[in-house]
Design a protein around this ligand. Sequence first.
Ligand SMILES: [Zn+2]
Ligand SMILES: [Zn+2]
Length: 109
Amino acid sequence: MNPGCPECGRELAVLEVLLRRNLWGGGGPRPRPEQWWECTRCDWLGYRRRVDEELRPMRRLTGEEADCFFCGDEGNASGRAWEQDGELRAWMVCLACGTSNQIRVEKRS
Ligand SMILES: [Zn+2]
Ligand SMILES: [Zn+2]
């Protein structure tokens, strides 16, 4: 059964996020290791690593921030920022090509 949306309670829909880059061994695109979900009612987006883990929200980026550095598509989504070594960092995933990386977030004062 699909989990319910943390925002509005509607059953979430599976969002397929495929790794389309660095395909070693000549294989085709393969799903990312996390389970990805989206809400068709309120556009909530998020993932979880395991079935018994809580859902972690992600945010689709807009404008220039949405452009993926790797594939050029507007697919970037980012998670909640955390502080590390005095910097704000966030996890960014391109929903188009499946590439994930850590980014440094500008502190907004
Ligand atoms: Zn929702
Ligand atoms: Zn991409």
